[in-house]
Design a protein around this ligand. Structure first.
Ligand code: ADP
Length: 453
């Protein structure tokens, strides 16, 4: 069901309910008012007649029309003897004699419906010359009831017409209001993975629809962005894997041709293939980590540990690997940290790996850590070749390598820093780089360090 129908339908039901209630109140109110008016007329008429009868007590003639004339067309009086004989009846109620029992509900104003007549009446008992009589004052309410009936019909017609007109107008108005939704639906149907360039046109004054369209366009921007990244990632990854695969194929061909007899070729090929496979598995490992972090499924296994020990351990490892560099550790205080130990090691390795790769032999690499308030600052400084300023904003991107020619002499895929950045992000930390070409580079990592009790 269309939303415009739903709104118009709900609106119609509500409007009907309101109009019916309102009309019912108006009709009942008018009816109540008219009855009350009739009652007070009957009562005042009765008072007048009784007063007259009492005043003229002895000379009263109970069939004297002057005595009982009300002067009103819709109110009349009937006088009965104690046995029910009619002594007198006003012209306008002469037909109503004996319609209502004359000696019941004495002094009590009552309402009755007889012979399709609506009557309000009052019975009174009087003593005249020691005889008992009954006076019945009758008020005919047919006119009032006809008026109420006519009013009812008019109200039903007017309300019905009002509901129809306002539902029609409401339907047209909601149709107009929800038209942008139809436009959005049409556009969204057009959008597919290949057509992510489509955007919604934003027109008209600022309202929910323009905000929805803007939010939708922003979402499309983000989806498109992540799609592009994904595409680039897949193409970079396959490009990186193509080189070792081609090399392995080369060695396999060589083995096929000469390696079966030549032991030297055989051993050389096996060693080379092993190295290439190790590289590929390291690369896939890194790619897997990045893919996981993209999907937000890195499981942090946080623990409390002494950061100094980890830094010293990693430094010692690299001292063994590279004897040509001076690796200094500068941690004065004992710093305990709440983090994933293995990931922190991985992160430190990424930075120190780079410092060693991009620092000439004899250069110095300094590792420093200090704790301040609820933060830990880790600094990795080297005296290497530095990073050009224009490249600094991109070095944390996947597969980004500064100047291919200078990177060529060093093995790498341009993934180390992006992995390190993901690790820092997953610990809610931040990173800063300061670098000068020819002088060296300093990476400063800030990690929040709130150790739970
Ligand atoms: P790579 O595998 O190329 O080292 P990274 O993501 O670790 O990839 O680093 C990205 C680029 O940043 C590198 O190609 C390198 O040019 C530059 N870089 C990173 N660390 C340093 C450093 N300490 N000194 C100079 N250049 C660096």
């Amino acid at each position: 069901m269309k939303i415009s129908f739903k709104i118009a339908f709900t609106y119609a039901i509500l409007l009907c309910a309101v109009l019916i209630t309102l009309s019912a109140f108006v009709l009942l109110g008018i009816r109540y008012y008219l009855i009350q008016q009739a009652i007070s007329q009957v009562r005042s008429q009765a008072d007048t007649v009784i007063k007259r009868v009492k005043y003229e007590h002895y000379k009263v003639a109970l069939n004297d029309s002057d005595l009982f004339d009300t002067g009103l067309y819709n109110i009349g009086i009937i006088v009965y003897s104690s046995r029910g004989k009619v002594f007198y009846s006003s012209d306008n109620v002469s037909k109503d004699a004996h319609l209502i029992p004359f000696n019941k509900n004495i002094n009590l104003i009552s309402k009755t419906e007889v012979d399709e007549k609506h009557l309000v009446y009052l019975n009174k008992k009087i003593q005249v010359n020691k005889s008992t009589y009954y006076i019945q004052i009758i008020r005919n309410m047919d006119n009032e009831y006809d008026f109420i009936k006519a009013l009812f019909v008019v109200m039903v017609l007017a309300n019905g017409a009002g509901v129809l007109v306002s539902v029609f107008i409401g339907f047209m108005a909601t149709k107009r209001v929800v038209r942008p939704i139809d436009y959005i639906i049409k556009k969204v149907k057009e959008i597919s993975v290949t057509g992510l360039n489509t955007r919604l046109e934003i027109q008209g004054p600022e309202d929910e629809f323009t905000r929805l369209a803007r939010t939708f366009n922003n979402m499309l921007d983000r989806i498109q962005d992540s799609f592009k990244k994904q595409e680039r990632f897949v193409s970079d990854a396959s490009h990186e894997l193509r080189t070792p695969i081609a090399a392995i194929k080369g060695y396999v061909d060589m083995l096929d041709r000469w390696g079966k007899e030549d032991k030297e070729v055989l051993q050389e090929s096996i060693d080379a293939i092993r190295g290439l496979v190790d590289d590929m598995s390291a690369l896939t490992e890194r790619l897997l980590f990045l893919a996981k972090s993209d999907n937000g499924i890195i499981n942090l296994e946080k623990e409390r540990f002494l950061l100094n020990d980890v830094i010293k351990g990693v430094a010692q490892h690299y001292r063994m690997l590279s004897k040509e560099h001076i690796i200094e550790v500068n941690c004065r205080d004992d710093i305990y940290i709440w983090a994933d130990k293995n990931l922190i090691k991985e992160m430190l390795r990424a930075f120190i790996d780079n410092s060693i790769k991009y620092t000439q032999p004899g250069g110095k690499i300094t590792l420093q850590a200090l704790a301040k308030d609820d933060k830990v600052k880790i600094e990795i400084r080297d005296t290497g070749i530095g990073i050009p300023e224009k490249d600094i904003p991109f070095i944390f991107e996947r597969f980004y390598r500064v100047d291919k020619s200078r990177s060529k002499e060093h093995k790498g895929w341009g993934l180390g820093l992006s992995i390190a950045k993901r690790i820092i992000d997953s610990h809610d930390g931040s990173i800063n780089v300061e670098s000068k070409v020819g002088e060296g580079t300093t990476f400063v990592i800030d990690l929040p360090n709130i150790i739970p009790n």
